[in-house]
Design a protein around this ligand. Structure first.
Ligand SMILES: Nc1nc2c(c(=O)[nH]1)N[C@H]1C(S)=C(S)[C@@H](COP(=O)(O)OP(=O)(O)OC[C@H]3O[C@@H](n4cnc5c(=O)[nH]c(N)nc54)[C@H](O)[C@@H]3O)O[C@H]1N2
Ligand SMILES: Nc1nc2c(c(=O)[nH]1)N[C@H]1C(S)=C(S)[C@@H](COP(=O)(O)OP(=O)(O)OC[C@H]3O[C@@H](n4cnc5c(=O)[nH]c(N)nc54)[C@H](O)[C@@H]3O)O[C@H]1N2
Ligand code: SF4
Ligand SMILES: [Mo]
Length: 734
């Protein structure tokens, strides 16, 4: 028996695991008490990793469609079919005819972090989509415009904060997002223990709200109204004090003007929170010694997602909490962070809208198009129509809007390749499925999430298990795909392409005057990187080029991680805006406030609105095939307030029918006063009972796909992010 230390790759919390292994099998998984960040904390999903290893439905060999059926094949056969499928599309219809969708697990996967960008660059298609536009894109846009880089997202300094204002996030269940904080529950409880205050704004009384001092059941989609009411109050009552950030902030007067007519009385009927309460929220936040305002899915996946995301950091800034200890701070990551590269304090900022989607004309953001456009780009005839799709660890048929339409559209593709470990609602449409090793059978480092952590931390895990014999590492699959789309063919020398990728990274570091590798001879640097190949070598380089000048050897010698200390102030060095200032009132955002102002006049039409929710034992759509995580009570139920239930004749335990512009689903009713009247909630990620899906356990707990109800017409215009919360629905007994 051996003990392996590995970081859990399932969510953003990066918990350390202690795994007992025998004969390449997992005996048990516990929390790693010595982990410098998670200190033994674990959630129930970690046990799912053992079940995932053992899951007979997890793919161990490539699949190729023959006579309409996905059948096991050799890698050589699979690659032959990939070449035969992609080449004609590229030749006859060009690069844009091949679309890519990157799913959420690729954000937690070092291979994808390093090699997906290389593949996308080689492909050169404008039709790139990802789970980001059903998730955090509004925050990336607002942070990009304010601070100059899309991942310069201030995170609450949870461990020193004394007042936490949470909007549209449920960290006690999600374990934190855009706020890497293992044991978020313990860290949030500690705020109250040290005499601080936690305030939650959410249409549902969530587990986080249950443990807070205050809960405000906001009307879905109106956080921007509420926050402008707060901003108005801060100015009106002379509570604005930028603190140490003051010399670095531009646009203060513009913000004051924008907030001018958003009095608490004016926004009260829209957001459903009394004017007096809004004033008190503002006063208490301003009065707190160290306060942080934080928002997540609920504030992003809504009509005013970018405005709400922006206003969260406006509130932090106006009260002197931006970049202050115990406030909202910028992480200083050990590797790969855009805002530690290049000249400090100034940069090119971000550009959005460099191209538009062909059918609806929605703008590009950070190199991708909004996923609400994907179905129409496949369906609509014309030049640049999407005819082939490559998915990488994604399940858009369940996770993105207008599911039924997208499902049909995937059936119309000329060719589809899925890099995935399951045949699910999306990958059942593929012509070829290319599986990779399980998460425990590959090395791990959270390149993205350590940029958003509540402490500066670096932790690398070597593989805890040997990969199963027929599984290619995903980095090699991504590079082989790169070879195919660049015409080198699947038999190309993958190691040579890897050398090219690493040389590009070395040259970039050598050309950066701030980098510890500045001016170094690239060949010499490559030699120093030694025998490692693939993502490990790339990580070693990024660590050496990073602000702590670490090496992968050092990380390997510290299996429980290296703690690089609490967050420290980074203004103005962190900024990459052209002005070298925090842009408190970016032009595009200011222009969008008009839309918000117009919405003040909107009258409600009596529709119920649908919001989502997450469950501790569930992870988006893909872990429902793991028995330990799905056993027990049915989770895919519709929550409804008792008053609505009575009015509509809905009975607890009976079925309800929900109809929207997007479609109809039926779900069991759960009557609960934990949800605001006028709002119903169904979790996303379910609906597994469809033909061709190979998920035996999930099929037995199928649930319904809530994204059937979103019709794809609703999105946040600045970021293109889908509206997934606040969808008008009619509900009747079924
Ligand atoms: N209504 C509603 N919809 C939502 C949300 C919501 O709150 N409400 N939330 C949205 C959010 S935040 C997100 S992030 C998206 C998620 O959207 P997606 O990323 O599209 O969906 P997932 O369910 O995460 O699917 C992950 C896929 O990756 C595969 N996979 C898992 N591990 C690996 C691996 O190691 N390698 C490979 N190659 N494949 C792997 C799984 O089999 C599955 O097919 O859903 C969004 N959809
Ligand atoms: N257990 C578990 N953990 C997860 C995941 C999972 O599926 N399961 N998914 C992971 C992923 S990909 C992500 S992105 C994160 C998400 O992390 P969180 O955002 O913390 O998680 P959610 O539970 O989606 O919380 C969103 C909350 O917003 C509320 N809400 C809905 N509409 C509105 C609104 O208009 N305004 C306000 N103020 N609130 C609103 C919902 O009621 C819900 O409580 O979680 C991650 N962690
Ligand atoms: S909280 Fe997230 S990282 Fe920690 S054990 Fe659970 S799923 Fe894994
Ligand atoms: Mo997400």
């Amino acid at each position: 028996m051996a003990t392996r230390i590995h970081t859990c790759p399932l969510c953003e919390a990066t918990c350390g695991l202690r795994i007992e292994v025998e004969d390449n099998r997992v005996l048990s998984i516990r929390g790693d008490d010595e982990d410098v960040f998670s200190r033994g904390f674990l959630c129930p999903k970690a046990a799912g990793l053992k079940a995932l290893e053992e899951d007979p439905d997890r793919l161990r060999r490539p699949l190729v469609r023959r006579d309409g059926e996905l059948r096991e094949a050799t890698w050589a056969e699979a690659w032959h079919v990939v070449e035969e499928g992609l080449a004609p599309v590229l030749e006859q219809h060009g690069r844009n005819a091949v679309a890519v969708y990157l799913g959420n697990p690729s954000a937690h996967n070092l291979a994808a972090n390093v090699y997906a960008p290389a593949f996308l660059k080689a492909l050169g298609s404008q039709n790139v989509y990802s789970a980001s536009t059903v998730d955090q894109m509004p925050k990336q846009v607002s942070a990009g415009l304010m601070f100059g880089a899309g991942l310069s997202v201030p995170v609450p300094d949870l461990d020193r904060c004394e007042h936490l204002l949470v909007l549209g996030a449920n960290p006690l269940v999600s374990n934190g997002s855009l706020m890497t904080s293992p044991n978020a529950r313990g860290r949030i409880r500690a705020i109250r223990k040290r005499g601080g205050k936690v305030v939650v704004v959410d249409p549902r009384r969530t587990r986080t709200a249950e443990e807070a001092d205050e809960h405000h059941a906001v009307v879905p989609g109106t956080d921007a109204h509420l926050l402008l009411g707060v901003v108005h109050t801060l100015f009106a009552e002379g509570l604005v004090d930028l603190g140490a950030a003051a010399p670095h902030v531009a646009g203060l007067d513009a913000v004051e003007q924008l907030a001018g007519d958003f009095t608490p009385e004016r926004v009260e009927p829209v957001c459903g929170i009394a004017a007096g309460e809004i004033r008190r929220i503002a006063r208490e936040f301003a009065a707190a010694e160290r306060a942080a305002c934080y928002g997540r899915i609920g504030t992003c996946t809504q009509e005013f997602g970018t405005l709400a995301s922006w206003l969260i950091d406006v509130v932090n800034t106006l009260t002197g909490n931006l970049d202050r200890e115990g406030g909202a701070m910028f992480t200083r990551a050990a590797a790969g962070q855009r805002n530690t590269a290049g000249p400090p304090g100034v940069g090119k900022g971000i550009r959005i809208g460099r191209w538009q989607s062909r059918v609806r004309g929605l703008p590009e953001v950070f190199g991708e198009l909004p996923v609400v456009c994907l179905a129409e780009e496949i369906e609509t005839p014309g030049d640049d129509r999407v005819r082939a799709l490559i998915t990488v660890a994604g399940n858009p048929v369940v996770s993105t809007p207008q599911s039924e339409r997208l499902d049909r559209a995937l059936g119309e593709l000329d060719f589809m390749v899925a890099l995935d470990i399951y045949v699910n609602e999306t990958t059942r449409h593929a012509d070829v499925v290319l599986p990779g090793p399980s998460p425990l059978a590959r090395s791990h480092y959270d390149l993205a999430l350590y940029q958003l952590a509540v402490r500066n931390v670096a932790n690398y895990s070597p593989p805890a298990l040997e990969p199963e014999p027929d599984l290619e590492p995903e980095w090699r699959t991504l590079l082989r795909l790169t070879a195919v789309v660049t015409g080198q063919g699947a038999d190309a020398d993958i190691d040579a392409i890897d050398d090219f990728v690493i040389d590009t990274l070395i040259q970039r570091a050598a050309a950066d005057e701030q980098s510890p590798l500045s001016g170094r001879d690239p060949a010499e640097v490559r030699a120093e990187l030694g025998e490692r190949r693939g993502p490990d070598r790339a990580l070693d380089l990024l660590l050496r080029a990073g602000p702590y000048e670490l090496t992968l050897d050092q990380l390997e010698q510290s299996p429980h991680g290296i703690d690089l200390g609490p967050l420290a102030p980074r203004l103005p060095e962190v900024l990459r805006t052209p002005s070298g200032k925090v842009e408190l009132a970016p032009e595009q955002v200011v222009a969008d406030v008009e839309r918000l102002r117009a919405s003040l006049e909107r009258t409600r039409n009596g529709h119920l609105v649908l919001v989502g929710r997450r469950h501790l034992r569930s992870n988006n759509s893909w872990m429902h095939n793991l028995r330990p995580l799905v056993k027990g009570k049915d989770r895919c139920t519709m929550h409804v307030n008792p008053a609505d239930a009575e009015r509509l004749g809905l009975v607890d335990g009976a079925q309800a029918r929900l109809t929207s512009a997007g479609g109809t689903v039926e779900a069991p009713v759960e009557v609960t006063d934990a949800i605001r009247a006028g709002v119903v909630s169904i979790p996303h990620g379910w609906g597994h009972d469809v033909p061709g899906v190979r998920l035996d356990v999930a099929r037995a707990h199928a649930g319904v796909n809530s994204n059937v109800l979103s019709d794809g017409s609703l999105f946040d215009p600045l970021s293109g992010n889908a509206v997934l919360n606040g969808i008008p629905v009619d509900v009747t007994p079924a």
